[in-house]
Ligand binder design. Sequence first.
Ligand code: ADE
Length: 259
Amino acid sequence: MNVYILTLFPGMFSPVVNTSIIKRAQEQGLVRIKTVDVRGFAQDAHKTVDDYLYGGGPGMVLKPEPVFEAVDWVKQELGRQPFVVLLTPQGQTLTAGLARELAHKPDLVLISGHYEGFDERIRCLADIEVSIGDYVLTGGELAAMVVLDASIRFVPGVLGDSDSALQDSFSDGLLEGPQYTRPAEYRGLKVPDILLTGRHEDITRWRRKEAIRRTLRRRPELLKVADLTFEDRCLLEQVINEEKANEARGDNRGRNQTN
Ligand code: ADE
């Protein structure tokens, strides 16, 4: 997978692309990431990349020419048309599903917007506009990093354990359940007994049930669209009954943010 990041601030990406899993993915040849300095495609001696608004108004917006030129340069280098993503708070919200789709594009261009906006014609370059949430960042760079990070995890071979992306929250429409490591007890907080038994089938069932419980508690709307098996539905029914019984007993444990 080739990823080109078009930005006015290429330096922001160095720590992200040269650390941990993204760094390893490049070393293994699974992804090639290039940051492209849009300013390098400015048309004048002053390297101007933004300009005042036609019709008046505060601030400056990103000019179209350097961005169009930068995308042309990428196309020429690749010898084919990449899939172009424009980061903007007006785009469709990033989900695990979209990240997975992007991970299967052979050539991806991520265009980071300008903090005061961009010329409308830049939208013509994009196959898709993506937002990382309903808030406005000072630029599209952090959003591009989020899209890059979330997508790269789905590139086959990037995560050590080949199916760990499939066990993550959202990958099957549910939140991930609780996880524990040693020690078995810390400051009176105990690891659930079932996890210490070595009974793998029971443990798998418990994990699934707790993923369902956590989703029910925190994001019940996800359960309406999750792809649940018959066994999942039985577990959900058990969880609902247990939760009702807890409530009737006035047991509020697990209703806080740690569960
Ligand atoms: N640029 C500024 N805010 C953004 C957001 N929320 N998502 C994507 N790009 C952005």
